[in-house]
Design a protein around this ligand. Structure first.
Ligand SMILES: O=C(O)[C@@H](CO)OP(=O)(O)O
Length: 207
């Protein structure tokens, strides 16, 4: 039977997650805790006997490092890995590098929540989640999904919002339910798909 395994993981905690800064396409590295989170995710996958045929990650180092750490933990350090900007974090535009708390103090909690979690309101000069779906989804459908459907076991190590964009489609969330979906750093989500590409099962590998 074809396995159709798709594992998604947000990167481990980054330096800017720790400092509470809007990150987007900026490229901070992982903190020590982030490294540990990524390794722990790898260990949980290993404990389930999961291994991969191909990995995908973004153009950003926090996701690439997370991908490498997961693959090392499961004993596949040299696995073919494809990097693509379409898996990048949502571009935070003019907010990139600003402190989230200070920005909320300046513009109000409600406005900042709209910029952070609404479906179709972009932050100034940046991408909305809808814009992010518009680049992540074609990449998923054209490049990632065909591999899953032919039985390759696929790892995607990416970002909070590029994965929220993908999960919105996989889990049939809409613009009213997506705002409450939060992804923890370094926690792998194990999806198994049906022959019609819908989700057969989903497991959250939390510690
Ligand atoms: O700063 C970012 O790029 C993201 C992820 O850390 O922030 P948010 O929680 O607002 O989606």
């Amino acid at each position: 039977m074809t396995e159709r395994l798709l594992v998604l993981s947000r990167h481990g905690e980054s330096e800017w997650n720790l400092k509470n800064l809007f990150t987007g396409w900026k490229d901070p590295g992982l903190t020590d805790k982030g490294v540990e989170e990524a390794k722990a995710g790898g260990r949980r996958l290993k404990a389930l006997g999961i291994s991969f045929d191909i990995a995908f990650t973004s153009d950003l180092s926090r996701a690439q490092r997370t991908c490498d750490l997961i693959l090392s933990e499961i004993g596949q350090p040299n696995l073919e890995t494809i990097r693509d900007w379409r898996l990048n974090e949502r571009d935070y535009g003019d907010l990139s590098g600003l402190n989230k708390k200070e920005t909320a103090d300046k513009y109000g909690d409600e406005q900042v929540h709209i910029w952070r979690r609404s479906y179709d309101v972009p932050p100034p000069g940046g991408e909305s989640l809808k814009d992010t779906v518009a680049r992540v989804l074609p990449y998923y459908v054209e490049t990632i999904l065909p591999r899953v459907m032919r039985g390759e076991r696929v790892l995607v190590a990416a970002h909070g919002n590029s994965l929220r964009a993908l999960i919105m489609v996989l889990d049939h969330l809409d613009s009213t339910t997506i705002p409450s979906l939060e992804l923890k750093t370094g926690v792998p989500l194990v999806y198994r798909l049906n022959a019609d590409t819908t989700v057969a099962s989903k497991q959250v590998l939390e510690g």
